[in-house]
Design a protein around this ligand. Structure first.
Ligand code: PLP
Length: 430
């Protein structure tokens, strides 16, 4: 009988359900998870440092979340309608999210950011959107434009042969993150036709430079451009009110996903009432209407899990611990790199970390691309080989509330081993 990994390789392109690029001999097929660990179908235990790409912020199998979901599932898994638990969830999000006056639920971060952009275009009647180089907003056209390519042109370039280039070339603008002058120039030049600027306020694993988000808020407001915060990563992770609370800047629209669902698939978007009015069916089929409907979005099992997730995150000291643990992780990685004499930057904030092998500061996509990606990948693969589950495509490390000091220190040991092994062996292929 072939192994699960062999069966997966047989059926799934690259043996993955998307974005892992794990060499065939290393492919783990996950059987179950608990807390900060996952077990594969060979019975091997891995320290999980990706936590469902950040969706499992409360840890795997958190009883309170599972019980809430199971209780709700017994009463019906989906009605494709507003439910009691969804109203409660919407109110709780409104109470912590500075910009939310109106909200809709979907089933993924991709849908949430896509709809923010469509709503902005419908509400303003303008065609263009601007994003930042290297920003990932999900698997729609804008999300995958100017994302990973090695060429760094000043124009939008889809990293996906399926994206219709004409629309993207005409209506998507790109700017370097943290560059307020270029942002101001583009927004001023295209003000009349620019519907929205979408930004990950904490871009990939990079913090905003002082004044960058404030400058962006000011210039978009001046030109009537809808400012969209993609808080799929930062939402409910940096603070109850996400990056809006953490950085003190309020956008017009916000997109959520990942952590909110406690591991269950979720997305939500919302913001000021007048912009959100674009999705009101009373407008149908008016010229300023944007279609927003999702069979799985806002389903009651996920909503119940999300309410329980917010209960868990609201317990005393949770955010303080997440930040303290993130600091410990980054400091220990710094220490390991210094001991090994490696030229590298440790990036991150909150419970997130990432390493870039370069001696130059990393502040945007171009400075990230200038780092030694092959070295980074070799280290990630060595970690994977050593029993640390992560995404070797260079994605950030995500801690959860289930990661204690013991897990962070264990990771530092694995990291030291991975640096040693890869330094001795040279860059691995894969
Ligand atoms: C910042 C950001 N936005 C949007 C998305 C897309 O979310 P999803 O994978 O749920 O569609 C991601 C996913 O990693 C993300 O990191």
């Amino acid at each position: 009988m072939p192994t699960y990994a062999q069966r997966a390789l047989d059926l799934f392109p690259a043996g993955s359900n998307g974005e892992y690029r794990i060499p065939a001999d290393l492919l783990p097929v996950i059987e179950r998870g608990s807390g900060a660990y996952v077990w594969d179908t060979d019975g091997r235990k891995h320290l999980d440092m990706t936590m469902a790409w950040g969706a499992a912020l409360v840890g795997h199998g958190r009883p309170r979340v599972l019980e809430a979901a199971a209780r709700q599932a017994q009463q019906g898994a989906n009605f494709a309608a507003i439910t009691r638990v969804l109203v409660e969830l919407a109110e709780r999000i409104r109470d912590v999210s500075p910009c939310i006056e109106k909200i809709r639920f979907v089933a993924s971060g991709t849908e949430a950011t896509m709809l923010c952009l469509r709503v902005a275009r419908a509400a303003t009647g303008r065609p263009k959107v601007m994003k930042y180089e290297g920003a990932y907003h999900g698997q729609h056209e804008v999300g995958v434009t100017s994302l990973v390519g090695d060429r760094l042109p000043d124009f939008p370039e889809p990293d996906d042969a399926g994206v219709g280039g004409d629309w993207v070339n005409r209506d998507v603008l790109v700017a370097p993150y943290n560059d307020i002058e270029t942002t101001r120039r583009i927004v001023s030049e295209h003000g009349d036709t620019l519907a929205a600027v979408i930004v990950e306020p904490f871009h990939r694993c990079l913090s905003p430079a002082p004044g960058f988000l404030e400058g962006l808020r000011e210039i978009t407001a001046r030109h009537g451009v809808v400012l969209v915060f993609d808080e799929v990563v930062t939402g409910f992770r940096f603070a109850p009110g996400g990056a809006q609370e953490y950085y003190g800047v309020t956008p017009d629209l916000v997109a959520y996903g990942k952590a909110l669902g406690g591991g269950f698939p979720i997305g939500a978007y919302g913001g000021c009432a007048d912009v959100m009015e674009a999705v009101s069916e009373h407008r149908l089929p008016g010229p300023n209407y944007a279609w927003s409907a999702s069979t799985g979005g806002g389903n009651p099992v996920t909503a119940a899990a999300a309410n329980a997730t917010l209960d868990v995150l609201n317990e005393d000291g949770v955010y303080e611990r997440l930040h303290a643990h993130g600091r410990r992780l980054r400091e220990s990685m710094r220490g390991v790199l210094d001991d090994a004499g490696e030229a590298a930057q440790v990036l991150g904030d909150g419970p997130l970390a990432q390493v870039a092998f370069t001696d130059a500061p990393v502040t945007d996509h171009r400075s990230w691309k200038a780092s030694d990606g092959a070295r980074g990948r070799a280290v990630m693969l060595a970690l994977l080989r050593d029993g640390v589950f992560l995404n070797p495509m260079g994605t950030k490390l995500y801690l959860s509330i289930a990661h204690e000091v013991a897990e962070i220190d264990a990771f530092a040991d694995h990291f030291a081993t991975a640096l040693r092994r890869t330094a001795a062996a040279g860059a691995e292929e894969g």
